[in-house]
Ligand binder design. Structure first.
Ligand code: 2P0
Length: 354
């Protein structure tokens, strides 16, 4: 007879990812199926990551979750969909040392306690939901001995938050939009691993760590419903850019990479502005950072730094190498001194960021 006081735990750590070709707009809200492919770079796990511990015990009476030490509700459809999909793929688990044996069918009657912690501001446009759902799905899959490959796990993480599917791999990752109505082929694949282009340095200038006013989920819904530009972007612009971006990444062509990254960020924000009512994610400081980088790139004759902004004012700056990253930091500190400009309060510098 098994003791009923046991607890089995798994802890995992997942970095966030930054899109260089943006996902913005869904064709299916429940399954989270996008209207275009997207490409991202996964950050180094030592910065901007989620740590999640999942525990199972016969003493737990229902599923519970704590985010940054505060209990949150798991009743939302996204959590329920992820938990259901993972549970349905569980296998037998045996821990001989602890004398624990869980049969595949036992998982239906067991409950989880989940504790998740972000080491960066939640919901400030720093893709916290991406790392969060990827880590949740990955740690539950490990706990329940789920045997699916990363592609199949990415399709589950996608149902928690679209961008989460890209955080299951390091390096550069493509989320293929897929054609299937059920989303079976809407998965993430790794384009190159984290060693392929390790000269790049990613620096995040935190312009504001305040929570954003328009969530990505409702923002992109409003864009799809009202923007005449977004379909042109999804159908005409992104498919070509994705091909060019894959090529730029594979051949480590920084000028092409920078041109595509900056253009795609700017078009994403143009589509936000084209939404009714318009959505403003960037602020004056964001715009000044863009001007500063554009001016520098032009004066050098070839791009040194790429910028990209997500659903918030913070700048993600990608420098072509460490030397450029040092010069970039110097410029940022000169033009946006943290002491005198309360708007730009801190910098997060990626060490060897991808
Ligand atoms: C991206 N963003 O590709 C884009 C660029 C923000 C701007 O993915 O509704 O939090 O959970 O699928 O994934 C943010 O959207 O939205 C996002 P849901 P998500 O990274």
């Amino acid at each position: 007879e098994q003791k009923s006081s046991w607890v089995l735990m798994v802890t995992a750590q997942t970095p966030t990812n930054i899109a260089v070709i943006k996902y913005w707009g869904k064709r299916d809200e429940t399954l989270i199926l996008p209207i275009n492919d997207s490409i991202s770079v996964t950050l180094d796990p030592s910065h901007l990551c989620t740590t999640t511990t999942v525990a199972v015990s016969p003493q737990f009476t229902h599923d519970r979750m704590w985010l940054n030490a505060k209990e949150i509700s798991l009743s939302g459809g996204r959590y329920q969909n992820c938990l259901r999909e993972i549970r349905s793929r569980a296998s037998d688990v045996e821990d001989e040392k602890k004398g624990i044996k869980i049969a595949k069918e036992d998982w239906d009657n067991l409950h989880f306690h989940i504790a998740s912690y972000n080491n960066f501001p939640t919901a400030a446009g720093l893709a916290s939901s991406a790392a969060g759902f990827a880590c949740l799905v990955y740690s539950l899959a490990k706990l329940m001995n789920v045997k699916e490959d990363s592609g199949q796990l990415s399709a589950i993480a996608r149902q928690g938050s679209g961008s989460a599917c890209r955080s299951l791999y390091g390096g550069f990752v493509k989320w293929i939009m897929g054609k299937d109505d059920k989303g079976a082929d809407s998965i993430a694949v790794q384009l190159v691993d984290e060693n392929h282009w390790d000269e790049l340095v990613i620096l995040i200038a935190v312009v504001s760590s305040r929570q954003k006013e328009t969530s990505s989920t409702s923002g992109m819904r409003e864009t799809v419903e009202t923007s005449p530009l977004v379909l042109h972007r999804a159908k005409e612009v992104v498919p070509k850019r994705v091909i060019e971006m894959e090529e730029a990444i594979k051949s480590r062509d920084f000028p092409a990479f920078a041109r595509l990254t900056c253009s795609d960020s700017n078009q994403f924000h143009a589509v936000c502005l084209d939404t009714s009512p318009p959505i403003f994610y960037m602020n004056d400081t964001s715009h000044r950072i863009i001007s500063c980088v554009e001016k520098w790139n032009r004066s050098e004759g070839t791009p040194q730094v790429a910028y990209t902004f997500d659903a918030g004012p913070n700048a993600v700056l990608i420098a072509r190498n460490r030397k450029t990253a040092a010069l970039l930091l110097q410029r940022l500190l000169f033009y946006f001194p943290p002491q005198s400009d309360a708007d730009l309060s801190s910098y997060i510098v990626g060490d060897k960021s991808i």
